[in-house]
Design a protein around this ligand. Structure first.
Ligand code: ADP
Ligand code: MG
Length: 551
């Protein structure tokens, strides 16, 4: 086929401009992104090969090669992964902007991209990091049963496609380095960068250098593996440093910070697997951007990466957890679809869930400060579990923090502590949900409880009003919204006054058309009247939110 020039999608062009101009001080991430793509490509073909050996074409000695050519000023990264067909090249490297690109562009302007180089990886635009160091990038690639194809671009408006010579399956990416990026031709720089980012990668990353034999003057290729290639989750805990855990966490999460908690264990007994999980401290960028309700753990079976898309491996309300699960009890030679149905996954999920909740409970007990940060960032997600995980409802509820009439604004308490402080004879956990503390702390709903010295939890997270009613009770104590249904009244006093106000109540009923009932109450101290919903009605706060959302 003749050479063909195509235009980048507009968003891609903007993206390239942004990347090449604002990430200068973190240019080294290009190497991590290209190696991680090579690794993904190997994972893909290895997985496909399990059911279709033909696709392997006899090459399953997985390797990622790096080679620098000082004279030509090029750096080449190649793999024997799945390769790409012509159409795939167009789709993946040019015309179709990934779904994340738009979101990335919108956010990248706000965020200080220069200080957040991890953003590139988070939005699935890693390949374009090449243009931070290269003024010309060539990709030669071949997929099984397809012709080899060459993609070339200077990272400005367009790219060209042409036929290529390549006998074996895989991808070779050649970067013609910019003048000021010549350091990436240096063997030591390459090695130390790769080691930093990719030491634990499963596939060998090999540096190729040529040396002239002094006597014969014949050039000799020397291969040297750079990474130690030890799957970190298989190593004994005692041998792994915090730095190593941290690097691995950053690798899988694209977070720049260290995790708040690391959970590393071997499950033994009815089901055997190894898990390495991380609880982040802060919301990673991708989580703020997309509202994906699924958790994405990386599932391995006997060290072979299977998928990060299984939604039954971890419940959605724990989706902030990142990590790896590796099981040798699961079958390897089945499709992802069949594996997803395996009942073993439910057992793994139960085990992981209880481990994570236990870790959080422990964090609350032993490192309250860190726990508060976690709560600030993730409790809204965690609370979804009150609705979806009935088995663990109470354990989740134990982890929740709320403002309270017994505490100053900003200071929080939890159900357990509330119960401990409950007044003599108080049967219910009282709460009031609303938009913010200021708007509800002087509400007429609270008047009686204030006068009686009863504490009321103030729930000001928007999700509270939706999920807290689903909890019904906490450790045998019923939850009671003070703006709904009946509350304990002073019956004698009511009786006394009923006669006196009979006429007025009739009048008020007529006047307030649409109100279901008009009743005398002893719940008010200063206010004259208050609107109360039915016990199981939608709260006014939710109604207001729905109205705002145009429902
Ligand atoms: P991401 O890796 O997040 O999908 P990238 O910009 O890094 O985003 O890569 C875009 C796509 O290009 C990949 O999803 C993959 O389909 C394809 N690709 C990139 N590098 C390779 C490679 N070495 N082998 C095969 N496909 C590749
Ligand atoms: Mg990538």
């Amino acid at each position: 086929m003749a050479e063909e020039t195509m235009q980048f999608k507009t968003e891609l062009e903007q993206l390239l401009h942004l990347i090449t101009h604002s990430l200068y001080s973190h240019r080294e991430v290009f190497l991590r992104e290209l190696i991680s793509n090579a690794c993904d490509a190997i994972d893909k073909v290895r997985f496909e090969g399990l059911n279709n050996e033909e696709i392997l074409e006899g090459h399953s000695d997985w390797k990622i090669f790096i080679k620098a050519d000082e004279e030509a000023k090029t750096l080449t990264i190649s793999d024997n992964g799945i390769g790409m067909s012509r159409d795939q090249v167009i789709e993946n490297l040019g015309t179709i902007a990934h779904s994340g690109t738009k979101a990335f562009l919108a956010k990248a302007k706000e965020a200080d991209l220069a200080n957040n180089p991890e953003l590139i990886g988070q939005f699935g635009v890693g390949f374009y990091a090449s243009f931070m160091v290269a003024d010309d990038v060539t990709v030669v690639t071949k997929a099984h049963g397809e012709d080899a194809v060459k993609w070339e671009s200077k990272g400005t408006g367009s790219f060209t496609l042409s036929d290529a010579d390549k006998a074996d399956r895989g991808t070779e990416i050649t970067l013609h380095l910019k003048e000021d990026a010549a350091e990436y031709l240096n063997e030591w720089t390459i090695k130390s960068t790769v080691k930093k980012f990719s030491d634990f990668l499963e596939h060998p990353v090999v540096m190729c250098t040529t040396k002239k034999d002094e006597e014969t003057e014949v050039e000799e290729e020397i291969e040297e593996q750079i990474n130690t290639q030890k799957a970190i989750w298989l190593r004994p805990k005692s041998e792994i440093t915090d730095e190593e855990y941290g690097e691995f966490y950053k690798h899988i999460s694209h977070d720049t910070n260290s995790p708040a908690e690391t959970i590393h264990y071997n499950a033994e007994g009815a089901i055997e697997f190894k898990a390495l999980l991380f609880i982040p401290e802060h919301k990673p960028f991708d989580m703020m951007m997309n509202n994906d309700p699924k958790a994405h753990l990386n599932l391995y079976v006997q060290r072979v990466f299977i998928s990060n898309e299984f939604d039954n491996l971890l419940p959605g309300y724990l989706r902030f957890v990142k990590g790896v699960v590796d099981s040798s009890d699961l079958p390897l030679n089945v499709s992802r679809e069949i594996l997803q149905e395996n009942p073993m996954l439910d057992k793994i999920r139960k085990n992981l869930t209880s481990r994570i909740l236990k870790t959080l409970a422990n964090m609350k007990k032993t490192d309250y400060e860190e726990f508060q940060i976690f709560h600030e960032n993730f409790s809204a997600i965690l609370k979804e579990g009150l609705q979806t995980d009935w088995e663990n409802k109470e354990k989740i509820a134990e982890l929740l923090l709320f403002e309270s009439t017994a505490k100053d604004a900003g200071e929080k308490t939890c159900f357990d502590d509330y119960v401990e402080r409950m007044a003599e004879g108080q049967e219910e956990i009282l709460y009031l949900a609303g938009e913010n503390r200021a708007s509800i702390e002087n509400s007429p709903y609270l008047e009686k409880f204030k006068a009686d010295g009863k504490e009321v939890l103030l729930m000001i997270d928007p999700i509270d009003d939706f999920v807290i009613p689903q909890l019904f009770e906490f450790k045998g104590k019923k939850l009671k919204a003070v703006n709904k249904g009946d509350i304990e009244e002073d019956k004698e006093k009511l009786k006394e006054e009923e006669k006196q106000f009979e006429g007025f109540i009739g009048f008020a009923k007529e006047l307030l058309d649409g109100v279901k009932e008009v009743k005398l109450t002893t719940r008010l101290k200063d206010s004259a009247a208050v609107l109360v919903g039915d016990e199981y009605s939608m709260s006014p706060h939710i109604e207001e939110m729905m109205r705002r959302m145009g429902q």
